[in-house]
Design a protein. Structure first.
Lengths: 158, 139
């Protein structure tokens, strides 16, 4: 894949990817964009490994998810996610404030549940593909979806 | 089913405004340029390294060959060492002393050639970086 082809594919996918990462980072824009940039650079460096351009999206989300997990392991990001619910209320602009409840609810889900829920409802990926992205079994993803739904509903209805 | 609908609606309405997409893509392009630059530098470095190894190999072989040829011109082993002790090991050393010396000299020569070319490579890299810095400083 040439650089031009890569850029063309990324241009079509970047907004959706950034929205997914923004939800995964529970509204922390800077972190979401940093992870997106890092994931896209990783994808660029490994672009020769992808043979089927149709699977580019799922492949990109797998890299983004791995980058998010790596990022989350660092203390800085971890602290940000822990504090996301409180931080947003303090310095939110109107646009950020809009999804504050959703972000606060998502911040209470473990990363795997959060990822499965977002990939399923936000991106519309089937369970099989989610399992591939998060390196888990289909049964585990179904369980994460079920638990995630339950958790999210309880939090949202409070 | 109702639960699924609730979540589908919840996420179908999720369309947050993002930071400027053009700026995001420009930053990405700049980072990709940097990645390409580093890759190019690494490839150049490897190429240079291979060239130096080849030169070191040729120089080492030529010098080693000359030294071997010089040693071979000795018709008889020179009595460089003389011990008055009867021992098979000492006798063996005494008989092959010029070959043993040759091996030591060849080892020394090999290490010297590697060190010299390594230093040359370092100097070359330093000079190329200085050239690039000067170019970058130009208005």
């Amino acid at each position: 894949m040439t650089r031009e082809q890569f850029i063309a594919l990324v241009t079509g996918e970047q907004e959706s990817l950034r929205r997914f990462l923004l939800a995964l980072c529970v509204g922390h824009r800077d972190d979401a964009d940093d992870i997106a940039q890092e994931a896209l650079i990783k994808a660029y460096m490994a672009r020769d490994k992808i043979c089927d351009n149709e699977k580019f999206g799922a492949w990109l989300y797998r890299i983004a998810y791995n980058t998010f997990i790596d990022h989350q392991r660092s203390l800085r990001t971890h602290a940000c996610i822990e504090e996301a619910g409180t931080l947003m209320a303090e310095n939110a602009t109107d646009a950020q404030f809009e999804y504050q409840d959703l972000y606060a609810a998502l911040s209470n889900l473990p990363p795997k549940e959060r990822t499965s829920i977002l990939l399923f409802y936000l991106k519309g990926y089937p369970v099989r593909e989610i399992a591939d992205i998060v390196h888990g079994s289909e049964a585990a993803v179904r369980q994460q979806l079920s638990r995630g739904r339950e958790h999210l509903k309880n939090i949202m209805q409070r | 089913m109702n639960e699924d609908k609730y979540f589908e609606e919840l996420f179908s309405n999720y369309k947050p405004t993002l930071n400027d997409s053009d700026a995001f893509m420009q930053t990405l392009q700049r980072r990709l340029d940097a990645v390409e630059y580093v890759r190019l530098q690494q490839a150049e470095q490897q190429k240079r390294y291979r060239r130096y190894i080849l030169i070191a190999l040729i120089v080492g072989m030529v010098l080693g060959g000359l030294l071997i040829a010089f040693v071979m011109t000795f018709s008889q082993p020179a009595a460089l060492l003389s011990f008055r002790i009867q021992s098979n090991v000492i006798e063996l050393i005494q008989q092959n002393v010029h070959f043993i010396a040759l091996i030591f000299v060849l080892l020394l020569l090999g290490v010297s050639v590697v060190v010299i070319f390594h230093s040359m490579q370092e100097v070359d890299y330093y000079l190329s970086m200085r050239r690039k810095e000067k170019l970058a400083e130009r208005p």
